[in-house]
Write a protein that binds this ligand. Structure first.
Ligand code: ADP
Length: 192
C-alpha cells in the first residue's frame, strides 16, 4: 500500500493537488474537511456539532475526526493506498492514525508538506470564498483563526513525522502543474 499525508496550512492547495495525486497513483482520497461537510449537508448530529467549531475556524474534537477516518479505512478494504488530506491535524490524530494503519499492517510512506506564505494563504482563501460556498472562507477573521489553529496545533504534526524521517517540504507557490511535478518527484523517488 502507498499511504501519503498531504500536509500544509489552510489554502496551501491540498485539495487541488489531492485530486491530481489520487488520479495518478490510484489512491483513495480521505479529506476530513470533505467528510465533515458531507455530515453538515446531511444535518447529522455530528455535522451540527462540527459546524459550530468550523464556523469559528477551530478544529473539531479529535475523537470525531478519528472516528470518521477509522470508518473510512474500514469501508475501503480493497484500496491500493490512501491520500490523507487535512488529517492528521494534531499529534493525537497522528498517533491514532499510526495505530489504525498498524492494524492494517501498513504505515505512512511519506508526508508531503506544502509551504506557502501567510499573505498568499489569506489571499487564496478569500478568493476561494467568492465561489466555494464555504462560509469559513468568506470572513478574514475566521481565516486568520484557522491559520492560528494551524500554527498552534497542526504544525506539530510535521515534527512528529520528522522524527521518522518521513517529511518532504515542497514549495507550494507556482502553477498547479509546477507544484504537482514537485510532489510527483518525491512520490516517484519513494516508489522506485
Ligand atoms: P482548510 O484546510 O482549507 O481550512 P478543510 O476542509 O481541510 O479546509 O477543513 C475545514 C475545517 O474543518 C477546519 O477549519 C476544521 O474546523 C475542520 N477540520 C477538518 N479536518 C480536521 C481535523 N483533522 N481535525 C479537526 N478539525 C478538522
Amino acid at each position: 500500500m502507498l499511504n501519503i499525508i498531504l500536509f500544509g496550512p489552510p489554502g496551501s492547495g491540498k485539495g487541488t493537488q489531492s485530486e491530481k495525486l489520487i488520479a495518478k497513483y490510484g489512491l483513495k482520497h480521505l479529506s476530513t474537511g470533505d467528510l465533515l461537510r458531507t455530515e453538515i449537508a446531511a444535518q447529522t448530529p455530528l455535522g451540527i456539532e462540527a459546524k459550530a467549531m468550523m464556523d469559528k475556524g477551530l478544529l473539531v474534537p479529535d475523537e470525531v475526526v478519528i472516528g470518521m477516518i477509522s470508518s473510512a479505512l474500514e469501508a475501503n478494504p480493497e484500496a491500493n493506498g490512501f491520500l490523507f488530506d487535512g488529517f492528521p491535524r494534531t499529534e493525537a490524530q497522528s498517533v491514532a492514525l499510526d495505530g489504525l494503519l498498524e492494524l492494517k499492517e501498513t504505515q505512512i510512506a511519506l508526508v508531503l508538506s506544502l509551504e506557502v506564505s501567510e499573505e498568499e494563504l489569506v489571499k487564496r482563501l478569500l478568493n476561494r470564498g467568492l465561489t466555494s460556498g464555504r462560509s469559513d472562507d468568506t470572513n478574514e477573521q475566521v481565516i486568520r483563526a484557522r491559520i492560528v489553529e494551524y500554527h498552534n496545533k497542526t504544525s506539530v504534526v510535521a515534527d512528529y513525522y520528522r522524527k521518522f524521517d518521513k517529511v518532504n517540504n515542497i514549495k507550494g507557490e507556482g502553477t498547479v502543474d509546477e507544484i504537482f511535478a514537485l510532489l510527483c518527484n518525491e512520490v516517484d523517488k519513494y516508489v522506485s
